[in-house]
Design a protein around this ligand. Structure first.
Ligand code: TYD
Length: 198
């Protein structure tokens, strides 16, 4: 299966507005491109298991088990959904990807090299975005939404710190998510459009 499309991933803390932004981006891009919007954990067998069985505080598994499940879901998602869409020439927008494993499972104490190793089948994205919002603000947003918040400020800071390392080494491009939804969306859209039209 040859890849003809473009693989874009959107990362960020829970409550950073990443899903809203990924959705808005997909909508705007679909005016000019054929877009496939997707997310991890996926809706495949492993992703469904993850959503139903480990994302609640009382059901959490050891960090390494979760990392292996996320990696297994990623392979299933790539093979069944992402690669076929890319082969059809689509612009694939994926809400969370490998960097979520590096940041979240990494913040739980697992080493980057091991996480990379178990994800060695993960296709390299063409463009990776990190929507950056200060952890204090993210927690405030989550509390306002009355969403149960598993992460403490300390964990959020650790997760953000790992994401920022990938911004520093150029694997992710940072977009400031700390502003009105439409403004963040325009910045994100122009960055992606600039890349697609290159
Ligand atoms: P999230 O994007 O919040 O899904 P939804 O918006 O559908 O609730 O992802 C759920 C959680 O999964 C989030 O807290 C981050 C976590 N996660 C990891 O820890 N590692 C991963 O590799 C992925 C993809 C997600």
């Amino acid at each position: 299966m040859t890849k003809k499309g473009v693989f874009i991933i959107i990362e960020g803390l829970d409550g950073s507005g990443k899903t809203t932004q990924a959705n808005l981006l997909a909508k705007k891009l679909s005016e000019s491109f054929s877009v496939f919007f997707t997310a991890e954990p996926s809706h495949g067998k492993t992703g469904t298991y993850i959503r139903e069985s480990c994302l609640y505080e009382e059901k959490r598994l050891p960090a390494a088990s979760e990392a292996l499940l996320f990696a297994a879901d990623r392979i299933e998602h790539l093979e069944n959904e992402v690669k076929p869409a890319l082969a059809e020439g689509k612009v694939v927008i994926c809400d969370r990807y490998l960097y979520s494993s590096l940041a979240y499972q990494g913040s739980a104490g697992l080493g980057t090299s091991w996480i990379k190793k178990i994800n060695s089948y993960a296709l390299k994205p063409d463009f990776g975005i990190f929507i950056d919002v200060p952890p204090e603000q993210v927690l405030e947003r989550l509390r306002r939404r009355k969403k149960s918040v598993m992460e403490t400020l300390e964990i959020q800071q650790k997760v953000r710190g790992i994401y920022l390392k990938f911004v520093e080494n150029g694997e992710l491009i940072k977009v400031d998510g700390n502003g009105p939804k439409d403004e963040v969306s325009s910045v994100l859209y122009s960055k992606i459009l600039g890349f697609l039209e290159k």
